[in-house]
Design a protein around this ligand. Structure first.
Ligand code: AMP
Length: 488
């Protein structure tokens, strides 16, 4: 049995709804039967333990069934974004050497390989279940995820069954999951956040997941209210969208016990505004594809705005000087290094990149942060995003937080651009609050009142939106390129 089955067997009530989508409700008994048939279909297609199965499918039950069916056989899945072009899919298939692929019909047509998603439902329903192996060693490969690629060349992080089980166990305890929980699921299923933290988190607990077909803030809050959900996991964009709803829209969220945010920084202002409006204190947590979720604010105890909290059970953290590798003094900024059972062994087929990223079990995150007096971690930005202007370090998150305090600023991204004089100069792109057109000169004056001169943007532009990836992360490289390409 895979980690999913082992843990599920401990927790589950077979009659409890496991996954809901539209009008379909699958109990755990139904889901088990479907996973057995999906495993049967995959075996008949030739999938064997240790193989990689690429899945580019619409957000839906077939994707869930095939993913779980492959895990139950001891294979690994490679979930791919539906939005990828055939050329992009080809790169991942090539790099991963995936033995099998079930892909969108248009991708199959363009590449001339893989099985088409067309007719999949009927094929899975008609398949005969197979006897599933009883257990796998924890090092069995389970999930191949290409890291989000907001910086550098994407690399395939291979998560083992043991890595995933470690994340699930830690969060089960830290977030007090129970089978009484009901998650409204709005996240992509091709990323660790939506697939492991959210979907597998709920399956592990024997809880219910309602998959929302397409996120919109009004319907999501209405579903939380109507379905009596207890959990919502989002990225900061979701919280911004909730706050942008007209002020007279009210929802009864009294059944909710936890709103979480991660994958990108949740501005303290958004954290506070969400509490003021919806009466719920968002729990912010931090993770990476390569390490799972390793830092979290507590369920019981203070959830600090602007902090990602403390280590979850089993996770170990070191904050080191990126130059010397020495541990920094408490309160000082350094680079976060992670170790523990959820940390991957390496990147697929890239021994050099793996050796550079992981030394003695410690994974170098590239994230900069510090520990406060209560032991909570605060991130100040990616190492790559650090701006060094006139020899002084400017942490973009600090400047962004100041500009976000301005009532006419909805979103902001601060970055460094090459500068003959300073080496780099700080610039800011600002998305105004709808209906407002703040004067860039006023915003710069606002920043100057609150920040040391070397941290203040030298230039500030209003933009309609920030370039973000599917997980809501601002793509600073794209922003930088766009800025440099239009020098007005
Ligand atoms: P990914 O591998 O796509 O999950 O991206 C991991 C990166 O997302 C981390 O290295 C961080 O830079 C960023 N990240 C995740 N959670 C947070 C958070 N709560 N606040 C700020 N950045 C975050």
């Amino acid at each position: 049995m895979s980690f999913y089955q082992v843990e599920r067997a401990r927790q589950v009530d077979p009659a409890r709804p496991a996954v809901r989508l539209g009008t379909t409700v699958l109990t755990y008994r139904d889901l088990d039967a479907r996973v057995g048939r999906a495993a049967g279909w995959l075996s008949a297609c030739g999938l064997r333990p240790g193989d990689v199965l690429a899945l580019q499918l619409p957000r839906g039950l077939e994707l869930v069934e095939l993913h779980l069916g492959a895990l139950a056989l001891g294979a690994a899945t490679l979930p791919l974004n539906e939005a990828y072009t055939p050329a992009e899919v080809a790169v991942y298939l090539e790099d991963s050497q995936a033995a099998h692929a079930v892909l969108l019909a248009e991708t199959v047509a363009a590449l001339g390989r893989g099985r088409s998603a067309t007719g999949l439902r009927a094929a899975l329903d008609a398949a005969s279940p197979v006897r599933l192996p009883r257990s796998f060693p924890p090092e069995t490969p389970a999930l191949l995820l290409y890291t989000s690629g907001t910086t550098g060349q994407p690399k395939g992080a291979m998560l083992s069954q043991g890595n995933i089980a470690a994340t699930l166990r830690a969060l089960h305890v830290a977030w007090r999951w129970s089978r009484g929980d009901h998650l409204l699921h709005v996240l992509p299923l091709f990323h660790i956040h939506g697939l492991i933290v959210a979907l597998h988190g709920a399956l592990y607990a024997g809880a219910t997941t309602t998959l929302m077909e397409r996120f919109d803030p009004e319907s999501a809050l209405a579903m939380l209210e109507k379905d009596g959900c207890t959990l919502f996991m989002g990225v900061p964009t979701h919280y911004n969208r909730f706050l942008a709803l007209p002020a007279d829209r009210r929802f009864d969220l009294s059944a909710m016990r936890l709103f979480t945010s991660g994958s990108a920084p949740l501005p303290a202002r958004v954290h506070r505004a969400f509490e003021a409006r919806f009466g719920q204190v968002v729990l912010e947590r931090y993770g990476m594809t390569e390490v799972g979720i390793v830092l979290s604010n507590p369920v019981e105890g203070p959830r600090k705005p602007g902090s990602v909290g403390r280590s979850v059970p089993g996770a170990r953290l070191l904050i080191r000087d990126p130059e010397t590798g020495q541990r920094v003094a408490p309160g000082a900024v350094g680079e976060l290094f992670h170790a523990g059972p959820s940390v991957i062994g390496g990147y697929l087929g890239r021994p050099e990149a793996s050796a550079a990223a992981i030394q003695d079990g410690w994974l170098r995150s590239g994230d900069l942060g510090f520990e406060d007096a209560d032991g909570y971690i605060h991130l100040v930005g990616r190492g790559k995003d650090l701006v060094i202007s006139g020899g002084l370090n400017v942490y973009p998150v600090e400047v962004e937080a100041v500009l976000l305090e301005h009532p006419e600023v909805a979103e902001v991204a601060v970055l460094g651009l090459p500068d003959d004089d300073f080496g780099e100069r700080v610039v800011a792109a600002v998305v105004p609050v709808p209906g407002r057109l703040p004067d860039p000169a006023d915003l710069l004056a606002f920043a100057r009142q609150r920040l040391a001169p070397y941290k203040c943007p030298k230039d500030l532009r209003r933009v309609a939106e920030l370039p973000r990836n599917a997980m809501g992360k601002v793509q600073k490289a794209a922003l930088r390129a766009a800025w440099l390409g239009s020098p007005d």
